[in-house]
Unconditional design. Structure first.
Length: 296
């Protein structure tokens, strides 16, 4: 792995990381991660992205198979998928360091159209590969641009395009090439996912979501489950619970306030589903997190 990229990410993340370890950047869709100790299991619904692991190790479970990410690996997620992840190797001397870029579907469409003769193939929705040299050098140029913020609005589009191009022609290509076609089922499902991410607190019917995807309800339901591994209702439920957990652990919301904010009508139902997903009732988990923070 390129030491220049490692050092650039280390410097930026050390200066800008939130308590979670995440450091967003002014570069659209680009973020870094830095943690100095292994963490607890983290639940999320990942957006399509590519992640380069630079130091330390992380375990990600999407579906049934856990993936181990170590320095030199690139992980590609080519659909909105529920994930459980954990940093398993990190220390003060050698923090976990990674850089990630969200995939831009409009860029993929433009490139796929331009790449005549490139066949659309199936590929795993989640996969790890050795990071190709071109991805590393493009990521480094992205990080270097952060030191010249006045240049970001002018130059970021071409770097994003370049990164997507190398993904398409590299080993990750078959997994994301279908995202470049607007009528592909993955793209249609992505349109419905965008509605769910925005309006997760609202009551949304399968018919409404199917309409946003331009599909019949039965076809939409089947393809949604195939792409995301969840039904639309399960997907919305996970979004609600993840956001409620964030409200309680980072903003100090009570369980009832968080439940109603994310769209639950019953606190008891919220508590049952929260415990099923995270292992503890909301109030108990909040107390446990506070206890560990004070002990640390």
């Amino acid at each position: 792995m390129n030491n220049l990229l490692l050092n650039a990410v280390a410097r930026y993340a050390a200066a800008h990381a939130e308590p979670s370890g995440m450091a967003l950047t002014p570069f659209d869709g680009l973020s870094t991660m830095r943690l100095t100790a292994p963490n607890e299991l983290q639940h999320s619904i990942q957006k399509p992205l590519v992640c380069l692991v630079l130091q330390g190790a992380k375990q990600v479970t999407i579906g049934k198979e856990p993936l181990e990410l170590r320095p030199g690996n690139s992980m590609l997620i080519s659909a909105d998928l529920p994930a459980v992840s954990q940093i398993v190797s990190a220390s003060q001397q050698e923090p976990y360091l990674a850089i990630a870029l969200e995939l831009d579907l409009s860029v993929l469409t433009d490139l796929t159209t331009a790449m005549e003769g490139a066949p659309v193939q199936n590929g795993a929705l989640v996969q790890t590969k050795p990071a190709q040299k071109e991805l590393i050098t493009t990521a480094l140029r992205m990080m270097e641009l952060l030191d010249k913020p006045e240049s970001i609005p002018i130059l970021q589009a071409q770097l994003v395009r370049e990164m997507h191009y190398w993904l398409l022609v590299g080993e990750h290509g078959p997994a994301i090439r279908r995202l470049g076609w607007p009528d592909a089922h993955v793209r249609r499902v992505a349109r419905a996912v965008s509605v769910l991410r925005t309006d997760y607190a609202k009551s949304l019917s399968v018919e409404q979501l199917a309409s946003s995807a331009g599909m019949s309800p039965s076809s939409f339901f089947n393809h949604f489950r195939k792409v995301t591994t969840l039904s639309p209702l399960q997907f919305q439920k996970k979004l609600r619970l993840i956001e409620a957990r964030r409200l309680m652990l980072t903003e100090g919301s009570t369980a009832s306030h968080a439940a109603f904010t994310v769209g639950y009508e019953s606190v008891s139902q919220f508590t049952r589903e929260y415990r099923r997903m995270f292992g503890l009732p909301p109030a108990q988990e909040t107390q446990e997190v506070k206890r560990k923070a004070h002990a640390g």
